[in-house]
Design a protein around this ligand. Structure first.
Ligand code: KG4
Length: 345
């Protein structure tokens, strides 16, 4: 048992996609949070799994080393190692999983497996030195929007969550990235569309809206409608994209936000939960952040939006989840394997 005055130090490892990340937290207070991105994928318009795995192998030791040094802690004081078990790219996950297993074994400390999606949600509980903030109170709803997932989650406690809606095909981040690719923009397209959209008219063009029952999402129809629209316009005017880039981005972003918000409002209304949060890479989108704040005003929600650094993939969110699992004694064994596809629970 860790005594009261000795904090629990967790090393968090994240390697589910194309970011190799390591973080140290002391209880719920973040001490370091290092990320090494992989620019190699830009040339391919998307993440190439084999290249991602190789880059993780090169990056993991330097990133962990930096996280420990920046945190100013000793390796022998680390209480446990938490790692992303899934979902994600299997080869990428294997690098983080193997590293975490080896680290736990060599230090003789507990190993904690973390669901990446749960990590995104619990990023809301990361404390930063000298920053006062209010944590969401349970129960709350989390709109989790990333490159691989779009979900509406009811969060009853740190480790008690239910996915009540999710995408039946593409994720919101995929819609941003794939439509950006159609426009010839580099990967990841989401941040670029966000930037260009600021200069454009969101009502300039109309794309088809999905109709899916319940709280589920669908973005593949929108992607196809966008592709056909661009193809048809380019036949008439080969400079269509260049001449209308900002308006196209603003209109596309507008529809993605509208789709996300409609189901979120429905979920909040029907569950009666008025504390709402957002997480995942797409929650960095400025239009979505503004729409959430506006809806919070209209519906009287207590709204929780993450600092940008905790929206995209990071290891602090894995470490904080590890901390709550450590408190409950939820440890993993050395024989577990990563998983590529699974939702919460
Ligand atoms: O959470 P994340 O880092 O990785 C996954 O777990 O998937 O999310 C990455 C996704 C990418 O699709 C990226 O284009 C999108 O988040 N993204 C954005 C913005 N920043 C990142 N999408 C729209 N607007 C942004 N500002």
């Amino acid at each position: 048992m860790t005594s009261k005055d000795k904090p629990i130090l967790i090393l968090g490892i994240e390697s589910s996609c194309d970011d190799t990340a390591a973080a140290i937290i002391s209880n719920d207070l973040i001490l370091s949070n290092e990320v090494s991105g992989q620019s190699i994928h830009m040339a391919y318009g998307g993440v190439v799994p084999e290249l991602a795995s190789r880059a993780h192998q090169q990056n993991i030791i330097p990133v962990v080393d930096l996280a420990i040094k920046k945190a100013g802690v000793k390796v022998e004081d680390i209480s446990a190692v938490a790692f992303t078990r899934g979902p994600g790219l299997l080869g990428s996950l294997l690098v983080g999983t193997s590293f975490a297993k080896g680290f736990a074994l060599s230090r003789n400390i507990p190993l904690i497996e973390v669901n990446h999606l749960q990590g995104h949600v619990l990023a809301h509980f990361i404390k930063e030195p000298e920053i006062e903030k209010k944590n969401p109170s349970f129960p709350f709803i989390c709109l989790l929007v990333s490159g691989g997932n779009s979900q509406i989650i009811v969060v009853r406690d740190y480790l008690d969550m239910d996915v009540i809606g999710q995408t039946i095909d593409d994720a919101a981040g995929e819609a941003f990235d794939k439509c950006a690719k159609v426009m010839g923009l580099p990967y990841p397209g989401g941040p670029l569309i966000d930037k260009l959209a600021k200069e454009g008219n969101p009502k300039a063009f109309v794309f088809s809206k999905p109709s899916v029952p319940g709280y589920d999402y669908s973005f593949s129809g929108l992607k196809t409608s966008f592709l056909y629209f661009i193809r048809d316009q380019m036949k008439v005017n080969p400079n269509f994209i260049e001449e209308n880039k900002a308006d196209i981005c603003a209109s596309l972003q507008e529809i993605i936000i509208e789709v996300l918000m409609t189901k979120l409002v429905k979920a909040a209304k029907e569950t009666g939960i008025r504390t709402v949060s957002v997480a995942g890479g797409v929650s960095a989108n400025s239009g979505l952040r503004n729409a959430l704040l506006a809806m919070a005003q209209i519906h009287g929600w207590e709204m929780h939006i993450l600092p940008f650094k905790f929206t995209t993939d990071n290891a602090a969110m894995i470490a904080i989840t590890g901390y709550y699992k450590f408190l409950k004694g939820e440890f993993a064994t050395q024989d577990l394997a990563p998983y590529s596809r699974v939702t919460m629970k």
